[in-house]
Design a protein around this ligand. Structure first.
Ligand SMILES: Cc1ncc(COP(=O)(O)O)c(C=O)c1O
Length: 424
């Protein structure tokens, strides 16, 4: 009942913004309503009849198989249409929209997103991407010369560079831990960070889902470790939000940044910054602002004139997400990833650079072929089989990242498996 109420509420907000009410999701809702949701979710995740209408919501290029959905997500057609409608409406109303409607509609989106994330609207800033969200935190945390900041060798380069910039500018000390590719227990990961903590450690960056391998880290335990040791823990949730089914309070974190153009399938240029209410005043915003109030989360949104059409379409992206259901979406993405990865794991000429345990992996995976560089393998897959992936060649991880999406078919994955097998 709660879920239905929320979907109806999302729908109302979405359609009040869109100029023309799109229809594709009505079709999807009708198709999906024929399936019983009370049984085993894992079974529904494998039922191709259920996923066919979902696949129809996307129009990937017919010229190649795209298994590089980690960069960003295509919008489902209806979100795309709503976004185009928003652009038209804003262009038509012009400055009237900006002066009379912009802020109230932004608040509507903030409320929807906050409800989805399980937090207060006063804890959510609408930003452009994870980089903007986390740079506000990394650059805005009060630190002094000699304070230590722990990062890992598999954190995202934008964040790593921001931390190093503070080291260069203010003399903070960066400590980089090396994450295991195949941890056996959560304790093993906790120990990795724990061993780097000293009396001078003031901050830690923790990535929820590693972009190189898809590994899911035990974020809640890491945040609790930070709390026990009075260390501020910044969580990079670029890949987790909309891929994994959770609410922010489940993580017990104080700071979380994500890109909504990844797994929530919102337009490019939409992101979210969460800061626990009592911590907001602690952080300096990246863009100058002293008028909003230091306790107001909106102080992080002062980055000039905005393409509001992006954020408005978050309502439509949420409606799509809720029609499928977060838990089922996560189960399907994990099924697609494990479908190819479990077959690859049996081939002696391949090495999986990813854990396969359910709690440690979901949509993204990484594989290497013996005797080939990551670029050679990615080129082989594209040049010979028209399968598009991305080569990952970092000191910590060498392989090709494979990322299916909701529109990926089992036939596509069978082609990938056959291509990998042909390398034997
Ligand atoms: C783990 C991680 N963090 C941060 C980012 C940056 O996201 P954006 O480019 O949307 O700011 C990415 C992008 O892929 C990522 O994978």
């Amino acid at each position: 009942m709660q879920r239905r109420k929320f979907i109806r509420q999302t729908l109302t907000t979405a359609s009040s913004i869109a100029l023309v009410q799109p229809k594709a999701l009505d079709y999807l809702e009708k198709e999906l309503s024929q399936f019983e949701r009370t049984g085993n979710l894992e079974e529904l995740a494998r039922d191709e009849r259920f996923w066919l209408p979902v696949q129809r919501m996307f129009r990937p290029s017919p010229h190649f198989i795209n298994l590089e959905n980690g960069y960003f997500s295509p919008m489902p057609l209806e979100t795309q249409q709503a976004w185009i409608n928003n652009i038209e409406e804003i262009n038509r109303l012009h400055t009237f929209y900006m002066r009379r409607r912009q802020f109230s509609e932004r608040e509507g989106i903030r409320s929807l997103l906050a409800e989805f994330a399980g937090v207060s609207p006063d804890e959510i800033a609408l930003v452009r991407n994870t980089t903007e969200a986390l740079d506000n935190l990394i650059m805005g945390l009060p630190l002094q010369k000699g304070d230590e900041f722990i990062i890992s060798d598999q954190d995202y380069p934008n964040m790593v560079e921001a931390v190093h910039m503070r080291a260069k500018r203010e003399g903070i000390v960066v400590k980089t831990v090396s994450l295991p590719l195949h941890p056996k227990t959560d304790e093993e990961i906790l120990q990795t960070y724990q061993q780097a903590i000293t009396k001078r450690t003031k901050a830690m960056l923790v990535t929820h889902v590693i972009n190189l391998t898809g590994q899911v880290l035990p974020v809640r335990q890491l945040c609790e470790l930070g709390k026990q040791r009075q260390i501020e823990v910044i969580v990079d949730g670029a890949h987790a939000f909309g891929q994994l089914h959770f609410k922010i309070p489940d993580l017990n974190c104080d700071y979380y940044g994500t890109s909504l153009h990844k797994w929530l399938c919102a337009p490019l240029g939409s992101g979210m910054l969460y800061i626990r209410k009592e911590k907001i005043a602690n952080i300096w915003p990246l863009f100058g602002d002293v008028s909003t109030g230091e306790h107001n989360i909106r102080k992080f949104e002062r980055n000039g004139t905005q393409p509001c059409s992006n954020h408005l379409a978050i309502a439509d992206a949420l409606r799509f997400h809720h029609l499928i259901g977060g838990q089922l979406k996560e189960a399907r993405l994990r099924y697609l990833c494990h479908y190819w990865a479990e077959k690859a794991a049996t081939m002696p000429h391949l090495t999986l650079n990813m854990p396969l345990e359910k709690q440690r992996s979901c949509a993204l995976g990484n594989v290497a072929a013996k005797g080939m560089t990551p670029t050679q393998l990615a080129d082989f897959l594209y040049d010979k089989h028209k399968i598009f992936t991305v080569a990952i060649d970092t000191p910590a991880v060498k392989g090709v990242r494979i990322t299916p999406h909701l529109y990926t078919t089992i036939a596509d994955l069978d082609k990938l498996v056959a291509a990998l097998k042909s390398l034997a």
